[in-house]
Design a protein around this ligand. Sequence first.
Ligand code: FES
Length: 169
Amino acid sequence: MSEKNHRVSRRQFLNYTLTGVGGFMAAGMLMPMVRFAIDPVLKAGTDQEMVLVCDESELTTEPQRFDFKIDQIDAWYESEEPRAAWIFKSENGDVIALSPVCKHLGCTVNWASDEANPNRFFCPCHYGLYEKNGDNVPNTPPLAPLDVYQHKVEDGKVYLGSAKPKGEA
Ligand code: FES
């Protein structure tokens, strides 16, 4: 084989160089986009740490709203995020903690704030209704039950974790 065959022409050299630089730049742009796209999937499995919200002795069979804060770490930024829950005791003494976030478009639901529905959660944005157990009332805008907080009761204190779709908490 002659030495001539190993030579790289100016045209080939430019092709290799531009392809390499172009590929490097494309990877630099695509990586953050891919990471941004799959980040929620990666985070979906992470559970919120349990936070002390109230004393069990404060609970009745009537839903009460409790406000609390959670620590949120977003990359390098750490902040306290406000949260709320409607908490009550069921007839058999179980603690039930429901998210106040309406499953229609995310407004905040209130307990018994609609005179025509005194024993239901009511969303004032589009007249959404939920039963006391969080189930959405058919023929109102929400299409799913209110999310349910994971919870634990320890030494008479109620701790809440992540709010999850009913049946997954
Ligand atoms: S946001 Fe609650 S009914 Fe629409």
